[in-house]
Ligand binder design. Sequence first.
Ligand code: 3H9
Length: 696
Amino acid sequence: MPVVTVERQDAIAIVRIDNPPVNALSAAVRAGLQDAIAEIGADDGIKGVVLIGAGKFFIAGADITEFGKPPIPPILPDVTAELEALDKPVVAAIRGAALGGGLEVALACSDRIAAKGAKLGLPETGLGVLPGSGGTQRTPRLIGLKATLSLVTSGRRIDAEEALTLGLIDAVAEDDTLLEDAKERALSLAGQPRRRTGALPNPANDPDTVAQYRAKHRADRPGQFALSQAVEAVVASIDLPFAQGMGRERELFLECMEGPERAALIHAFFADRRAAKVPEASRGGALEVKSTGVIGGGTMGAGIASAMLLNGLTVTMVERDQAAADQGRANVEKILNGSVQRGKLTAEKRDHLLQDGFCASADYDSLGEADLVVEAVFESMEVKRAVFTELDRVCKPDAILATNTSYLDINDIAAETRRPDSVIGLHFFSPAHVMKLLEIVVADKTGPGAVATGVALAKRLRKIAVRAGVCDGFIGNRILAVYRQCADYMMLDGASPYQIDSAVRAFGFPMGPYQVSDLAGLDIGWATRKRRAATRDPKERYVAILDRICEREWFGRKTGRGIYRYDEGAPKGSPDPEVEAIIDAEREANGVSPKSFSDAEIVSRYMAAMVNEAAKVVEEGIALRPSDVDVTLLYGYGFPRFRGGPLHYADTVGLKKILSDIETYAEEDDFFWRPSSLLKDLAARNASFGSLNADD
Ligand code: 3H9
């Protein structure tokens, strides 16, 4: 089947792009469009053209699977130039999405009509490139400099109505009359002088806006390369004639294409979609979930309940007594009020959700109708066992019973029920109504139907699902525990926590590990360390600095002191000399003579610890593939997206280098630094983690 067809309807040619799933502009589509343009140009009987996409979308953009490979002609800027040169009206009939190169094709048409519900945008910078087929030159000529800079740098997808207001399109149509409206428009324009966006005058200069965008997106800041290049490409439209502007855009685009940011962001794009492919889910049918239960109304339970409510599910919350249930309701109300304040929810809708969609009680029997229940109570096996015994008693036979435990063995929890195939881990991240990640933890007896339901729920809640196996901490928290420990070793050995945080931020994380600890509350880690004390291997080095801080009841932000000091002058925290004194004392007590660390060494050690544990997680089958680890760290732990995730990053550094770093560090501590056999194997074969991601 050809991916581009030309159909004559009277004097109008309908050019249809049919390249499922999203009509990406692959080499075949580009060649097909070029042929269609030549055919139409040579046919005097054709007076006008309609360009439309088959299926749900107009065009989702360039085919990004081709990025990073040698370009196949014809390149898209040439195709758009030929489209614009055609001496006949060409109406783009847009439904679904006109994104990136898709919108650029539409901009090279003479007219644009979009169906209601269509989304238009230039999201290229989110993939580490810039609009490279005239988007930076035609858009400002059509809608001005400021609106273009906003669209290009935000990557925002706007709806048809906003596009019309901006002047990006000419009309909005009903979906079912789109093609007819476009044909009519093409006919009405036949014989008139052809409109060409590229022939419009240069946009007016606006030095303040240019200065503002240049200051916001500087190439010397991590993760800003494509953004700064995009700003420069748009700025080039102010003075340069169209053809030269296109040349400048191409240069800047190709520089982005060659860079690591582009490779990382495209990796992250496909990693997101790959994570959704969970083998068990394709073997089992998902249960239709309408009514849910949440056990526990604390921070986590209330966040989960709010996520459910905000996405159209009803929630029955169960707490141990009525007072706790009332508090749980108050916690949910507080979250929904926050959504109202931020303009994400109307007050009426909030009232409706709380009155008709939510109830909180102390009675497990109220869960009889729930399709899925998530337990989010205190992390104690005893408490969880009691909850699951109750759930097994009251829930209907096909209900899915989920636990939000962060580290307990879900096999033990499942064994408490007569239906371990219906028991699954759904590990939300706090705040659960905000954080995008959901680890779907598959225990030994979890059935495919439960997995499929978990994956479908994640989609419903607009979260990214990652499948994980059972182990202490699953994918994310297990890896976190190790790189966090590595940070503590560096702190004991001579780096200040403030230097570690700053080095980690400079790498691209929004916060350093000690800022995160202060935010989460140091008492949480303290409790975990106490829990593990009895089983800690005597060979493991133990850093007691944070215990000393906790003994003073400095638990972080919530107590005004932690690793940082928080006061009015420094609400985000400032270094605390008393903490530095505690660190010095601990060094002395442990006979450590502090050495200095460069920022680069801090990052090397931090990343080596992260990569090594991540490799073990893949090696043991806890994560299905390296890219699932990347997705987990990207969405749950603030790993900088422009670096693609820890295992993609490891591939860019080189696995031999990472392994040799680990071997060097092991000379100091061969208990902590035990290289993963997968890492050793890949390094020996000169292979990459990427090679284990089926479709990379
Ligand atoms: C660009 O245009 C550069 C130009 O300016 C310059 C050129 C010179 N290519 O997201 P979904 C696949 S840069 C190849 O699950 P949805 C995707 O991997 C591009 N494949 O569906 C998945 O495959 P699979 C600028 C693509 O309905 C399948 O399609 N454009 C592309 O939730 C379904 O995708 C963008 O950034 C692509 N461009 O959402 C838009 N896009 O089934 C990127 C998708 O094997 N795309 N696939 O896993 C999107 O935002 C969403 O896919 C879209 C549909 C909203 C369109």
